[in-house]
Design a protein around this ligand. Structure first.
Ligand code: SAM
Length: 256
């Protein structure tokens, strides 16, 4: 199995093995499903890790690191990875960070122009004032520093209800659907369109902003639900409907 398929599941999906998932996919979609899985694995892991190339001995901030981080699992270790998160118990479990800080992205307790990289995965969907966060990111990055924000698209049918459901209801639904995930956090989705991501990064001063999208339907039984999901994915291949894709990511740079 190619490397990128080792963990092709979107975060929060059923933790089924790839082969088990593939067995559930209706036959006309098997080839397409493999392509989706490969792309998902590539963007969720490989792309994010490759982004760190050249930063192995530079200070890099993992914003909202939680208890685990893909950056800490890189083949080439990052020697100066600093993690920040508001939850002390979670960050205490995070191994592989050189320094740990407790705090929020809106008000970083860190000095100006220090970091060469700013990495954030699955955090910006939880933020109420994202422009404060992008401005703070710009402040702590040194000239030429790079940023990557990996989040969800609000238009994805599985993400959209999170905007309105209470935490209690989301927890209940997860239990019924047997969905395992890192935790349930508020998800106001204030930056979760390509237009807003670009706008807030540009307003903060970033340049060379690039947007990426991909997605992979989480596994739901019965199979006809999966069939509908895959039809939706096909529709999302059209530029007009690309907002339906699950993941949304931006990379950018602070001008030198
Ligand atoms: C779904 S977890 C993702 C954790 C980790 N980045 C990962 O990819 O596994 C969301 C994380 O965002 C953090 N978070 C939520 N709001 C935040 C804020 N305003 N500032 C910093 N971190 C925040 C939570 O504490 C949690 O650790």
């Amino acid at each position: 199995m190619p490397d990128t398929l080792q963990n092709p599941l979107p975060k929060g999906a059923f933790r089924l093995k790839y082969e088990e998932q593939l067995r559930l996919v209706p036959w006309p979609f098997k080839g397409y499903y493999k392509t989706l899985a490969e792309k998902n694995g590539y963007y969720n892991r490989v792309f994010m890790q490759e982004w760190g190339n050249g930063l192995e001995h530079e200070p890099v901030l993992e914003a909202g690191c939680g208890e685990a981080s893909d950056l800490t699992r890189r083949e080439v270790k990052m020697h100066f990875l600093v993690g920040i998160d508001p939850l002390p118990d979670d960050i205490a479990k995070n191994e592989g960070l050189k320094f740990k800080a407790i705090g929020v992205l809106e008000d970083l307790p860190l000095r100006d122009c220090f970091f060469a990289g700013y990495y954030s995965d699955s955090v910006y969907e939880h933020i109420d004032h994202p422009v404060k966060c992008t401005r703070e990111a710009f402040r702590v990055l040194r000239p030429g520093g790079r940023i990557i924000i990996n989040t969800n698209s609000v238009f994805n049918p599985f993400m959209f209800p999170n905007k309105f459901l209470s935490l209690k209801w989301r927890e209940r639904l997860k239990r019924v659907a047997k969905i395992q995930s890192e935790g349930t956090f508020r998800a106001p989705y204030k930056i979760n369109t390509a237009r807003r991501l670009r706008k807030y990064l540009r307003e903060a001063g970033f340049v060379d902003i690039k947007i990426y999208r991909w997605g992979l339907p989480a596994m739901y039984r019965p199979r006809w639900v999966l069939f509908l999901l895959l039809c939706m994915e096909l529709l999302a291949e059209l530029p007009m409907f690309c907002g339906l894709k699950h993941r949304l990511m931006a990379t950018a740079r602070k001008p030198s």
